[in-house]
Write a protein that binds this ligand. Sequence first.
Ligand code: GDD
Ligand code: MN
Length: 380
Amino acid sequence: AVSQGVGEYEKLGAGTANGQGGPDVSIIVPCYNESANVRPLVEMLRKVLDGRRWEVIFVDDNSPDGTSDVVRALAQEDSRVRGLCRIGRRGLSSAVIEGALSSSAQVVAVMDGDLQHDESRLPALIDAVAGGGCDLAVGSRHVEGGSNQGLANAWRHALSDGGIWLAQRFMPVRLTDPMSGFFAIRQDRFRQIAPFLAATGFKILLDLVLSSPTPLKVQEIPCGFRARVAGESKLDVVVMLQFGALLVDKLCHGLVPLRFIAFCGVGFAGVLTNLVIMRLALLAGADFSLAQGVGTVVAMIVNFFLDNTVTYRDRRLKGARAARGLLLFVLVCSVGAVANIGIARLLYDQGHMITEASVAGAIMAAVWNYAMSSTIVWRP
Ligand code: GDD
Ligand code: MN
């Protein structure tokens, strides 16, 4: 008999007639350039999950170091190993989401693929959820018994602590370690929250907690955090910006698309670039039209590179596709600029104030540029 009560563990598929039945837990492991870490991780999982029905799903974004090849080889040896390889995409959060949604198990656990998370805490995380005690069990470095020693340096500690402090201002439930990437959650709850996730950046746990339509019942499990041995961290300035963007997105209740906010930020940087270059060109003796032309072209190129690395990081264009993208982008922005001037002119002629007219023109251009960039330059 299957009991459906909230918090109760349903043994779906156990002992079915057609084979062994599915796993009770899926371990979702986002990975990018972790080829040296995948095999040791599977060996560790075999040990700590011995006696359970489990599977591991590696979600790799077509790493150049051949992580997916290692995963495929392992999957040939052991059917509990699965791989999901995404091409032309990047992102820790979105990788976790797609992995978790591909699971049919009652519980999904998420852990890093670089051996930094202490796998010996995995059974405790899984049992906290499977036993029906909570919806979400979080491995915390900041409760009694936890530790954060593996963070590379004082700078990473400061960043992590600052991030935690900031995140806590936003959260509906209290978590000592909202930045953790080590947790277990009921798969049905995950599916329920999935449509509301911002799905950007590194902080999938925070995203889940902030996006859940009903508060999650949470439990914290003390955990250590080891130093990374092979490979390197993917945390960089853009990831930090994405963390800020996630909070802004949740603050706006997802009403304004995050990408649009980023796009406008980049656009603003473009306007500044334009002004600076124009000034320099004038100083160098160029006439006004030439200076404006040079300023505009440089600003468009700078905008393209910023949008390619920040706004559309998950769809980043490389090589020949980047060159083609740049041309398209310049074309799109030129049309935007003409529309901007045209609309401002029209409104001004109709008797509107000059500031009103130029703001309206700029908004039109921003929306146009954004719509075209999102659909034809950086195609989804
Ligand atoms: N598929 C995919 N795509 N995986 C990614 C990507 C990506 O774009 N970026 C990172 N990963 C994988 C890494 O390969 C690794 O397995 C895991 O996500 C964590 O990435 P790291 O680059 O090792 O992150 P970290 O060590 O700086 O951060 C970790 O600690 C934080 C707490 O301080 C992560 O666990 C964070 O989630 C955690 O919040
Ligand atoms: Mn790491």
